[in-house]
Design a binder for this molecule. Structure first.
Ligand code: ADP
Ligand code: MG
Length: 240
């Protein structure tokens, strides 16, 4: 689903991603972890062209994002993204948040878009909130709406950038449950997270970034029980 080769990203003279090569297979769940500022968000953003790589190759779902002829709109449609701060449309109801892009971008008829939206709201446990506005929801509810909204576009791949970092502790679980369900359903997922429990239990692989370098790329069991590098050991000591 994703193939990254020798990816470099610079902001001015600041080299933020250095020679990253990895793959994410269809149906795989990959957790991306590492210290603040290590390049996790930038890496994720290079996967859906929110950032342009300085050099290297990024192939998503058979399309070369680093090639000259790319249809950004079409590529983004295949990739759902969930952010730390939800980014819901505040002036639209929950149902309208879900139907907006499918109608506007894909030209879906309202009745069909609403049917699908209701199915998704049921899936994230928010059927009773379809007429609510985002401001009336808790953080956990907002994030579940954001996930459902991304799914409404029927993406091939879902990217999550610290989806639970802005939530009160009691709301983290409800969002992680929705993500676990999604993982079980076979969705391909790349998840930047500080939730080590999620990385350990749900992820098929863990990518550990440090100062823009992909220091470890392996199975969670191995990574958590016997990290290969000093840097990963240091990090784990601080967060576990
Ligand atoms: P992380 O998500 O791991 O905390 P980021 O990918 O957000 O790390 O940031 C990595 C580095 O890139 C940081 O030094 C940050 O300041 C820098 N950076 C990120 N985005 C930009 C940008 N748009 N312009 C300039 N520097 C940036
Ligand atoms: Mg980040």
């Amino acid at each position: 689903m994703i193939k990254v080769e020798k990816l470099y990203k610079k902001f001015g003279s600041n080299e933020v991603l250095k020679d990253i090569s990895t793959e994410i297979k269809k149906g795989e769940v990959v957790s991306i972890i590492g210290p603040s500022g290590s390049g996790k968000s930038t890496f994720l953003r290079c996967l859906n062209l929110l950032e342009t790589p300085t050099s290297g190759t990024v192939i998503v779902n058979g399309q070369n994002l680093s090639g000259p002829k790319k249809d950004i709109q079409k590529i983004r449609q295949q990739i759902g993204m969930v952010f730390q701060h939800f980014h819901l449309f505040p002036h639209l109801t929950v149902l309208e948040n879900l139907t907006y892009a499918p109608m506007k971008v894909k030209g879906e008829k309202k009745a069909l878009a609403e049917d699908k939206a209701r199915t998704l709201l049921k899936r994230v446990g928010l059927s009773d909130k379809e007429k609510a506005y985002p401001s009336s929801l808790s953080g956990g509810q907002k994030q579940r709406v954001a996930i459902a909204r991304a799914l409404a576009m029927e993406p091939e791949l879902m990217l999550f950038d610290e989806p639970t970092s802005a939530l009160d502790p009691e709301m983290v679980k409800e969002v992680l449950e929705v993500m676990k369900d999604l993982a079980k359903s076979g969705m391909t997922m790349a998840v930047v997270t500080h939730e080590m429990g999620f990385a350990r239990e749900v992820a098929d692989r863990v990518l550990f970034l440090d100062h823009g370098v992909l220091v470890e790329d392996g199975e969670p069991v191995e990574f958590f029980s016997s990290p290969k590098t000093e840097r990963a050991r240091d990090f784990l000591e601080k967060v576990l």
